[in-house]
Design a protein around this ligand. Structure first.
Ligand SMILES: NC(=O)c1ccc[n+]([C@@H]2O[C@H](COP(=O)([O-])OP(=O)(O)OC[C@H]3O[C@@H](n4cnc5c(N)ncnc54)[C@H](O)[C@@H]3O)[C@@H](O)[C@H]2O)c1
Length: 263
């Protein structure tokens, strides 16, 4: 790991699973003191212990829950807002409670997190916040209307927060992962007929791993990104760069997980 985060206090929401867990693990491996905030059902304290980190039961949709955790932690140098949910369903039949809960976690939860992070970073005049947005911040994947709206909304939080917090030397950036193997997507990853079609539209011919997103998060949080704020970094294997995909019937071979060109 080329990064050094010794003496840095890092908070990761949604850190008990998937991308958040990979982020927590990478920061811990780079020497940071890591605090995982996640739902009590995900046993954040137990998960954190396996990394030599701290874990706290927090529901990011509840402002008091987030504020209590940040008040308890007292100080943080880096905050990663990763908690998210992605319920599927056709636009015309998404129930109001699913819409409300998705926005409450993915959008309002990030708002609460950024507010709490900014309050303590402002006191110490510095810090870095990284949001986990999505390629869906930009496009309209079907059957994910609430998710897409929430992730598009994160760009509004990103730009406003970067603007208002820049004078306090607080940088705010976002990563936009594409299709990453976590429990959110595992059912799709385990269907070769589905991913062989999907991956035709990804320049690198495959899905991503949580650690590959974590590396981008660490970069944006590090001093190597000292003049970067208000930015989004796609971590999508080139998916958003390609309108029609790069796949070629004659030359490309699928090994069950990845397309490779044989020419
Ligand atoms: N997996 C992908 O392909 C992908 C792509 C783009 C963006 N993302 C985003 O990355 C983030 C992590 O997703 P993942 O794929 O690792 O999923 P995951 O389900 O493995 O992890 C999400 C974590 O968020 C936590 N969480 C959910 N609601 C919460 C709440 N109210 N309060 C606190 N924690 C809560 C969950 O308990 C879980 O630990 C999400 O924001 C997701 O939208 C994922």
């Amino acid at each position: 790991m080329p990064f050094d985060f010794h003496n840095k206090r890092v908070v990761v929401t949604g850190g008990a699973n998937g991308i958040g867990l990979a982020v927590s693990r990478s920061f811990a491996a780079a020497g940071a003191s890591v605090s995982i905030l996640d739902l009590s059902a995900e046993k954040p304290a137990e998960v954190a212990q396996t990394l030599g980190a701290q874990g706290y039961a927090v529901d990011v949709s509840d402002k008091d829950s987030v504020d209590d955790a940040f008040n308890h932690l007292n100080d943080s140098d880096i905050v990663v807002a990763g908690a998210g949910i992605a319920p599927h369903g056709p636009l015309m039949s998404v129930p109001a409670d699913v819409w409300n809960r998705t926005l409450a976690v993915n959008l309002t939860g990030v708002f609460h997190t950024v507010q709490a992070a900014a309050a303590c970073m402002k006191r110490r005049k510095g810090g870095a916040i990284v949001l986990i947005a999505s390629t869906n911040s930009y496009d309209g994947e079907p059957e994910l209307v609430a998710y897409n709206a929430s992730k598009a909304g994160l760009l509004g939080i990103l730009h406003t927060a970067a603007n208002e917090l820049g004078p306090y030397r607080i940088r705010v950036n976002a990563v936009c992962p594409g299709f990453i193997r976590t429990r959110l997507t595992e059912s799709q990853f385990s269907r070769p007929e589905l991913i062989s079609e999907y991956f035709k539209h990804i320049a690198l011919g495959r899905g991503g791993e949580p650690a590959e997103v974590a590396h981008a998060v660490l970069f944006l949080a590090s001093d190597l990104a000292s003049y970067i704020t208000g930015a989004t970094l796609l971590v999508d294997g080139g998916q958003m760069a390609s309108k029609f995909g790069t796949w070629q019937r004659e030359t490309d071979i699928f090994d069950g997980q990845r397309w490779t060109r044989n020419s």
